[in-house]
Design a binder for this molecule. Structure first.
Ligand code: C5P
Length: 218
């Protein structure tokens, strides 16, 4: 049975997560937050002595990860039975995630775990390489971006709302470093698929972006 996919790729803080969740809810489709898979691996590795050079060890930990996702208003993620939701959003987790995400062997192991989310009636998949590598045959692709300043501001607000201590200038530097790493890596770099629809959310609200995405599908 053919299951339709909508991919939403872009840099961190562009609003992909919020837009994807709202669109998935409106369509009644499943939702894949692929960044949370890389983030979960980062957390799994923090429980072990973590060495970026030890690729075979990282691959072993990736293969052994048992992940459970509960998609309610907020995404709840369990790693080997433990609720890791509160650690997922930390910028330190995102930074480690982007370092291990540059390893092609790691991406290979996580590929199937992501493709398994393609279940009826449809899937909204958010990440960096959803439209280029994981679901290249998706019928609808979006590349969602925003200026680094706006993205840093949004990430800052998210953290403050979750009562996580944050510093705006530091977040902007971290976001730019992570973007650079994601764009410049050789394995599945952050790039717009040639058949993707480009949206810049710097000066438009989330509701407008959601409408634009839903119009694409209609
Ligand atoms: O989207 P999020 O900020 O949660 O992703 C964390 C990191 O995981 C990204 O900076 C990126 O390096 C990596 N990632 C990736 N491919 C994806 C999703 C996330 O490389 N499809």
């Amino acid at each position: 049975m053919h299951v339709p996919v909508l991919t939403i790729d872009g840099p961190s803080g562009a609003g992909k997560g919020t837009v994807s969740r709202l669109v998935a809810k409106k369509l009644g489709w499943n939702y894949l937050d692929s960044g949370s898979i890389y983030r979960s691996l980062a957390i799994a590795l923090q429980n072990n002595p973590f060495n970026l050079g030890n690729v075979s060890e990282i691959v072993k930990v990736a293969q052994a990860m048992a992940l459970e996702f509960e998609c309610g208003d907020e995404l709840i993620v369990k790693l080997n039975g433990e609720d890791i939701t509160s650690k997922l959003g930390l910028e330190s987790t995102g930074s480690i995630a982007s370092q291990i995400a540059a390893l092609p062997e790691v991406r290979r192991v996580l590929l199937q775990k992501q493709q398994d989310f393609r279940q009826p009636p449809g899937l909204v998949a958010d990440g960096r390489d959803m439209g280029t590598v994981v679901f290249p045959d998706a019928e609808n692709k979006v590349f969602l971006t925003a200026s680094a300043a706006k993205r840093a501001e949004r990430r800052y607000k998210q953290l403050i709302e979750k009562e996580i201590d944050a510093n705006l200038a530091k977040i902007k530097i971290e976001i730019e470093a992570r973007d650079r790493r994601d764009r410049e890596r050789e394995a599945a770099p952050l790039a717009m698929a040639i058949d993707a629809h480009y949206i810049d959310s710097s000066d438009i609200g989330i509701e407008t972006v959601v409408e634009e995405v839903l119009n694409l599908i209609r």
